[in-house]
Design a protein. Structure first.
Length: 264
């Protein structure tokens, strides 16, 4: 690992094959000592970059970011010039993550706040267990397509899927979309076949209020990847919302009742 100071508050780290623990330890040391921007080069899948950092530092990643990028993130802005592996924004609270490429599975797991913008596609179970609380309302926007179980057990926040690279006849999302969803909202640019949806949700056309929400949320994505909000909004959107606040409550209560002897 090679560390270079570029100016008073900017540092560059060449990661190479250095173990992720050493890389992350150095990042936290630099932030503690006043760094405002850290540029990581030759990143080859190092994990947990940005974990738990609360200072408003900018972390720039050149290469492939490893699993759990920005886990427990609470302020920084992370920008990846390349792809990211699984669990981007895991349990993230605040800040911003931009990925100029594709991302893997289970991104946005338990995400509680902040913004994540993915330029390309994402894998399975993206947005699972997303939630919002008071002023913490997460937004996760994907420019490409998503795999199965998109928005599974979603409890809050906004998931926006754009399919900007989708070819004619290609589906934008996979099976079991929004299965178990009981909060939040999913916006999909285009149609979602009903056969792909969980039974706990329904599809609606967007109204004027939804359009304002989308226009506001898409500003950051459009700026990051040099798109026009008007161009993105030129295609119709589908709105997916839950129709049950506790989709499996009856089942769980019934099983518990039998186990405890209350129900016979």
């Amino acid at each position: 690992m090679e560390v270079k100071q570029l100016n008073e508050t900017t540092y560059e780290i060449k990661c190479g094959t250095t173990h992720y623990r050493i890389v992350n330890s150095k990042i936290k040391e630099l932030v503690k000592n006043g760094a405002k921007k850290i540029i990581l080069r030759e990143v080859y899948g190092q994990r947990y970059i940005g974990t738990g950092i609360k200072e408003p530092v900018k972390i720039e990643i050149h290469g492939t970011a490893g699993n759990d990028l920005g886990i427990f993130l609470y302020n920084p802005k992370i920008e990846v010039f390349g792809n990211a592996q699984d669990c981007v924004g895991n349990t993230m609270m605040k800040g911003e993550i931009i990925v100029r490429g594709h991302a893997g599975d289970v991104c946005g797991y338990g995400m509680r706040g902040g913004k994540v913008y993915i330029e390309g596609d994402v894998g399975y179970r993206v947005g699972i267990h997303m939630k919002g609380y008071k002023e913490f309302v997460p937004t996760f926007i994907i420019g490409g397509k998503a795999g199965n179980f998109f928005g599974e057990y979603m409890a809050g926040g906004k998931l926006i899927l754009l399919g900007l690279d989708k070819k004619s006849g290609e589906d934008i999302v996979g099976d079991y979309c929004a299965t178990g969803m009981h909060g939040g909202v999913i916006y999909v640019r285009g149609e979602v076949p009903k056969r792909y949806l969980g039974k706990e949700v329904k599809i609606f056309e967007i109204d004027d209020r939804d359009k304002k929400i989308l226009e506001t949320e898409l500003k950051g994505f459009a700026k990051a990847f040099n798109f026009s909000v008007e161009e993105i909004m030129s295609e119709p959107f589908t709105k997916i919302v839950p129709v049950s606040a506790r989709p499996y409550g009856r089942m769980y209560a019934h099983r518990w009742g039998i186990a405890s002897g209350i129900i016979k």
